[in-house]
Design a protein around this ligand. Structure first.
Ligand SMILES: [Zn+2]
Length: 117
């Protein structure tokens, strides 16, 4: 399952960060994903809730920001952005396009509890 491996790698990265920074509690996780990845945010949140059990991110709110797909069209010469997860120019319908963005995936934000003692 594609969502599982991506969510698993997010969870591993967060655990590494927590170890390095000494964070004991992660409250919120936001990831950013290009529309071409066709991810299911609800499924990812569900998987994350399961695999984060027993880690600092247990119970954290997990959200996925789906980013628009940006295409350069070789047929009409225009750059356009679309929420459709397809490599088709929304202006002229050509599939002769170059993908400028839409495949990205990254952790965008973390909200953690810092212990001041
Ligand atoms: Zn076009």
């Amino acid at each position: 399952m594609y969502e599982f491996s991506l969510t698993d790698s997010v969870n591993n990265t967060i655990q590494d960060l927590c170890r390095q920074a000494g964070w004991t509690k992660v409250r919120r996780v936001m990831v950013k994903a290009g529309g071409l990845r066709k991810l299911n945010p609800e499924l990812m949140a569900f998987i994350f809730a399961a695999i984060a059990q027993g880690t600092p991110a247990e119970g954290a709110v997990f959200s996925v920001m789906i980013m628009p797909v940006t295409l350069l069209c070789f047929s009409c010469g225009k750059v356009s952005s679309t929420d459709e997860p397809e490599k088709v120019c929304p202006l002229c319908g050509s599939s002769n396009v170059y993908v400028l963005s839409g495949n990205e995936f990254s952790i965008e934000a973390l909200e953690v509890e810092i212990n001041h003692d």
